[in-house]
Design a protein around this ligand. Structure first.
Ligand SMILES: Nc1ncnc2c1ncn2[C@@H]1O[C@H](COP(=O)(O)OP(=O)(O)OP(=O)(O)O)[C@@H](O)[C@H]1O
Length: 604
């Protein structure tokens, strides 16, 4: 909640309301302590969804609000709930009940919502208590947290149903139920849990559904949980992704790396960026690749413990990093797949499985995905996480669904700001040309891009081609190849384990063990220092001769049409150099240096 809307930044109204400009938070009749907190957050005026939802929610109405990502939906439902709790407390000081239940699809979101509650309760912290039930705690701890009867409980549906089933939590006193990111809750496989909750929710509970998109799932939830709800929808579809300028580049698999290098090294994109990749290995591959050019980034993926993920987002939001590389693996499962659940899940949530016989899916790939999907279940980086001040979302790997695309690009242009989304799409003729760099689901890029473009067109948005001057970009190919060669499967594996090792070092739980076994600590520390990729200092500098005469800007040609990509034939030069260094066997056939990756296989 750090970014503020400046005057003039305030987005256009979401629905038709009487003179939106005259609305201020004080017109809602909110408790002065809440108004103080709102002012402290720097919110000068309510956003359109807040303007519409807050008065209705204060009247106790059920609401289904559809508003674009980043439009301030969290405050739209939290403020009226906090107001209602404070009013009830003022009437009956003795009462201690859990009266508000906020359901979110992921742990990160639970953490985020809890933080927002606390921020709004800065001046009434004694009166309102909140518990985030998704933290990694034992059932006994959860039971005791709930026994304190916090006013607000934030959790995933699975955690709630689990606690209802063990009688640790009763919904008898719940007066407000929120399902945030309602369009995602069912696709995360929470159907059984929602059934348990549905049965336990008392009649007359005020229900608020918040969603970025209106899907059949949301319609279904509306029918099941709401009573005669007011439906708030954007006035015009145009406003949906209004602040995001969307671009697409058709390119080969290696050219994704080439363009990423050029874009970030030459700072063609100003400000902070989120790069979405399709799986965890690609997260580290890209990170290690960019690192060699002195481009620093942090990674986010479901393999990292949840506390670490939250920490990474916080660091990014504090501008410690400008680039975050996020693996959107849950998305890779596809929405349909994610619905399939496995029984006997020991964790509180279910396992999303890939269906058998999916076209293009190997058995091994399916197994791997099913295994990782349990982790991915509560991890949804493209959904709802409030990354601050993101100028650009780069879809390094194109999302598999239009809905995912909407969620991903919603990480930029938040709270009335503007932003840019750049997507790489691999034409089928260029897919699987370089095995080590290829991403299997990209085989569907053409079809997925067509679907995304159609959906965006329906929202009045267009994906324009981004014009790189590829003749200029090609000059960087030699360096790209050099850097790519250093990112071996072993390097990726090591980077992956190193990241986890660092987490072990930070672990509170292992502190005692390390005190008793200092050798283990030393070993881990030492491991952490090892470098995954051989250092090539020259790569960090961009020699002037690589740049066009007009400087870095000459690489992006807005006025020309898309320039087809062409493989540069620098192999002869490279081979000659290697021979000189005695590395290449005479007569060795290496038409493309990247093919050396093939021989070693992928780093997975
Ligand atoms: N009235 C306001 N004035 C200024 N900033 C605001 C206002 N309301 C919310 N914000 C800021 O806008 C950002 C986005 O808000 P929020 O996370 O609630 O959006 P959202 O609609 O829930 O997005 P998503 O669908 O992605 O979860 C936050 O950083 C929040 O602090």
């Amino acid at each position: 909640m750090k970014r503020k809307l400046n005057e003039g930044d305030v987005p256009t109204p979401v629905t038709q309301s009487a003179d939106q400009n005259a609305v201020s938070f004080s017109t809602f009749g909110l408790d002065s302590r809440l108004l103080q907190a709102i002012a402290q957050e720097g919110f000068s005026a309510p956003t359109p969804v807040q303007t519409d939802a807050i008065p209705l929610a204060l009247e106790g109405k059920d609401i289904l609000a559809r508003a674009k990502t980043g439009s301030g939906k969290t405050a739209a439902y939290l403020l009226p709930i906090l107001e209602a709790i404070l009013r009830r407390k003022a009437d009956n000081r003795a009462s201690r009940e859990s009266t508000a239940l906020i359901l979110v699809p992921t742990r990160e979101l639970a953490q985020q919502v809890t933080k927002v509650v606390k921020a709004f309760c800065t001046f009434c912290a004694q009166s309102v208590t909140v518990v985030n039930l998704t933290l990694k705690t034992s059932e006994a701890v959860q039971r005791s947290l709930l026994a304190d009867l916090p006013d607000i409980v934030v959790a995933t549906p699975a955690r709630i149903s689990q606690n209802i089933n063990t009688s640790a939590f009763s919904l008898d006193n719940v007066k407000h139920l929120v399902i945030d990111e309602a369009d995602l809750v069912l696709s995360y496989g929470y159907e059984d849990d929602l059934q348990v909750i549905e049965r336990a929710v008392p009649k007359g509970t005020q229900t608020i559904l918040m969603s970025a998109t209106m899907t059949t799932e949301v319609e279904a939830l509306k029918g099941r949980f709401c009573h005669d709800p007011v439906v708030l929808e954007p006035k015009e579809a145009k406003e949906e992704s209004g602040g995001v300028t969307q671009y697409v580049v058709q390119c080969g698999e290696d050219e994704k790396f080439l363009l990423a290098y050029v874009v970030f090294k030459l700072k063609l994109i100003k400000g902070k960026s989120i790069i979405f990749v399709g799986d965890i290995d690609r997260c580290y591959r890209l990170k290690l690749f960019l690192e060699q050019f002195g481009v620093k980034s942090c990674v986010l993926n479901s393999e990292l413990p949840v506390n670490c993920r939250i920490h990474v987002v916080e660091e990014f939001n504090k501008n410690v990093y400008d680039i975050i590389i996020a693996a959107d693996e849950h998305e890779v499962l596809g929405e349909g797949r994610a619905k399939r659940k496995a029984k006997n899940d020991t964790e509180n949530d279910r396992i999303a499985q890939a269906p058998a016989g999916d076209p293009g899916d190997t058995g091994q790939a399916q197994k791997k995905r099913a295994k990782s999907s349990k982790r991915a279940k509560e991890y949804g980086v493209s959904r709802g996480i409030d990354f601050h001040n993101v100028s650009c979302v780069l879809n390094f790997d194109l999302p598999l669904t239009s809905r995912s695309y909407t969620h991903r690009i919603g990480r930029t242009a938040r709270a009335g700001k503007t932003g840019m989304a750049l997507s790489f799409s691999v034409p089928s003729s260029l897919h699987c040309k370089i095995k080590a760099l290829s991403f299997q689901p990209a085989a569907q890029d053409e079809a997925n891009l067509a679907q995304i473009s159609t959906d965006q067109a329906q929202r009045g948005q267009e994906l324009k081609p981004y014009h790189f001057d590829m003749t200029q970009v090609a000059a960087f190919r030699y360096r790209m190849n050099d850097a790519l060669r250093a990112v071996t499967p072993t390097a990726i594996r090591e980077a992956r384990t190193r990241e986890l090792r660092q987490e072990l070092l930070k672990s509170e739980k292992l502190k005692r063990h390390f005190e008793e076994n200092p050798e283990d600590l030393k070993g881990l520390r030492h491991d952490g220092e090892s470098r995954a990729v051989r250092i090539q200092p020259h790569l960090k500098h961009v020699p002037g001769y690589l740049l066009p005469r007009t400087g870095a800007k000459g690489i992006v040609k807005e006025e020309v049409g898309f320039v087809g990509l062409r493989k540069e034939t620098d192999n002869r030069r490279r081979l000659a150099k290697m021979r000189k260094m005695g590395k290449a066997k005479k007569g060795a056939k290496r038409s493309d240096p990247l093919k050396t990756f093939n021989a070693k296989g992928r780093g997975k």
